[in-house]
Design a binder for this molecule. Structure first.
Ligand code: OAD
Length: 256
């Protein structure tokens, strides 16, 4: 797929910056074989969010919700980070302040070696109690369809944020603080349709950051960015690393 090369202006901003914030969404994992939510092949074309990704859905039909998450867990377990994930891990090594805020729940950034990662929407491989919130490791629906339960008597659920739920306050605060100090803000593989994540770009803009979008398609927010790089992140981000003469590796750079 053809893609836009980074401008000289962007490279200069990235050379000069001390503080960089990256926001990623499902598109960054698309080349790892994990479906996005919106657009062609997106999960929300096939499934209804209100039946699968809300607290009410879980309370009414916990087994159905768990089955959907077990299917998604399997996709994530089989997936590998792609060159876009590895390029972001390489970019991080250049900066003293680098924050990767992700809406993704697949853990692929950490598996690629990214270190300062804020998971705004949780992590699909972890579980927690729906009642008391206690962490529950990787507890899951068992092969006989038995629902996992907590010592408190509550049902255990995937440790992800559902529609209508508040984001973890500490994670959100860190994401806001980083965005309010960003000199360059990259929004990668997200439709920018879901708040509060989408609002981080506006916050960075107000702080004077140079705003860049990486996406093969136009989004609701494309016209707010200083620069738009059209194309897949798995091609654009490695090119960016090469232009910055960063040692870009396809293998994990740090022990996780
Ligand atoms: P979306 O599915 O809304 O958007 C994915 C974006 O990735 C789209 O804009 C695509 O054009 C773009 N894209 C597709 N392939 C790409 C590629 N190879 N490289 C770069 N970009 C590509 O996913 P999110 O924006 O992450 O929340 O969605 C935000 C939230 O909405 C999710 O975290 C999830 C969802 O409902 C919850 O479940 C709470």
């Amino acid at each position: 797929m053809p893609y836009t090369a980074p401008s000289r202006e962007l490279l200069q901003h990235l050379e000069k910056a001390r503080s960089v914030v990256v926001l990623t969404g499902a598109g960054v994992s698309a080349e790892s074989g994990i479906p996005t939510f919106r657009g062609q092949g997106g999960l929300w074309r096939e499934f209804r969010p209100e039946e699968l990704a809300t607290a009410a859905a879980f309370e009414q039909r916990p087994k159905l919700v768990w089955e959907w998450y077990m299917w998604r867990r399997q996709l994530v377990a089989q997936a590998e980070p792609n060159p876009g994930h590895f390029a972001l891990a390489a970019l991080e090594t250049k900066y003293s302040e680098f924050t990767l805020v992700t809406q993704n729940v697949d853990g692929l950034h950490m598996r690629a070696g990214s270190r300062n990662v804020i998971e705004l929407h949780g992590n699909i491989m972890r579980s927690r109690c729906h009642e008391c919130g206690s962490p529950a490791g990787e507890a899951a629906l068992d092969k006989d369809g038995q629902l996992p339960a907590c010592e408190c008597g509550g049902l255990i659920r995937p440790d992800v944020i559902w529609f209508g739920e508040l984001l973890p306050p500490e994670a959100l605060k860190r994401a806001w603080e980083a965005s309010a100090h960003a000199e360059v803000f990259l929004s990668i593989g997200t439709s920018s349709a879901v708040q509060p994540a989408a609002g981080l770009a506006d916050m960075a803009k107000r702080a004077g950051a140079y705003l860049v979008e990486v996406n093969p398609d136009t989004t609701e927010m494309s016209d707010r960015f200083d620069e738009v790089l059209r194309g897949p992140s798995g091609a654009i981000l490695p090119t960016l690393c090469e232009e910055l003469r960063l040692n870009f590796s396809r293998a994990p750079m740090f022990a996780v």
